[in-house]
Ligand binder design. Structure first.
Ligand code: 6PG
Length: 230
């Protein structure tokens, strides 16, 4: 059972700074231990500042291997694509070999994208680090409350997502949890209710991700509902 640590910061900028330092440290340790660093990136807007900080950092980039936790079914260069955001903020500005950056082919549609990515993921497990954000309803990656997915495919097709666009591809909960470290980045007052529900033990998609390793939630004071009791 993984340990879950809530780590508090005063601002989203401090969360981004801490996340950047943790990612670089976990990468150094992974490369020293087994010659490569396998990381799954989060989408949405929260991680963008962390990615910008990584773009300015020194790291052993040729040993980094990038996967994505989820993707919207849009053309690869669409600005709403999670892979496009990561490329513009970070990946396009450091020397990670393009062959080691694995965007989800969600432009093929949910079923084909999930089938293709499931093939690819097998050889990348366990991940050294999975980064996750959290939506206001407690969703993470593109795993939304009330949606059911087959447990036996690493990546799954998502339809009727409540957060646009409706069609997506997502790693499933077991695959996201197949990692040595899990780092969740949560900022902003809009996340307070989902954070309180998580602390109260409500079964949210994000709380179902239970790696064997260490889980840290880096959270700013705006997202932490000071009045709610766990
Ligand atoms: C996506 C993300 C999604 C995101 C949360 C939080 O494709 O939208 O994968 O899971 O992490 O919705 O989004 P924000 O960081 O923008 O609040």
């Amino acid at each position: 059972m993984s340990k879950l640590a809530w780590v508090h910061f005063n601002s989203a900028e401090e969360v981004a700074q801490a996340a950047c330092q943790r990612i670089l440290k976990i990468a150094r340790e992974a490369i020293a231990a087994h010659g490569r660093f396998r990381v799954v990136l989060a989408g949405g807007t929260t991680p963008e500042q962390t990615y910008r900080l990584l773009a300015g950092a020194q790291a052993d980039w040729p040993h980094w291997h990038i996967h994505f936790g989820d993707e919207r079914c849009l053309p690869p260069t669409n600005p709403e694509r999670n892979s496009r955001m990561a490329e513009l903020a970070w990946l396009g500005r450091v020397d990670i070999p393009p062959s080691q950056i694995h965007p989800i082919p969600a432009e093929l549609g949910p079923e084909q994208g999930a089938a293709d990515y499931s093939q690819l993921i097998g050889s990348a497990l366990p991940f050294d680090l999975v980064l996750l954000g959290m939506g206001e309803d407690g969703h993470t990656a593109s795993l939304f409350p009330g949606h059911r997915h087959p447990a036996n495919s690493a990546a799954v097709a998502v339809h009727n997502a409540p957060k646009p666009p409706p069609e997506r591809v997502s790693l499933n909960a077991a695959t996201l949890g197949n990692c040595r470290h899990l780092l969740c980045l949560i900022t902003g007052a809009s996340k307070q209710q989902a954070v309180a529900a998580w602390r109260q033990g409500k079964p949210l998609p994000i709380s179902q991700i239970q790696p064997m390793g260490r889980t840290e939630v880096l959270i700013d004071s705006a997202a932490w509902n000071h009045h709610s009791k766990p």
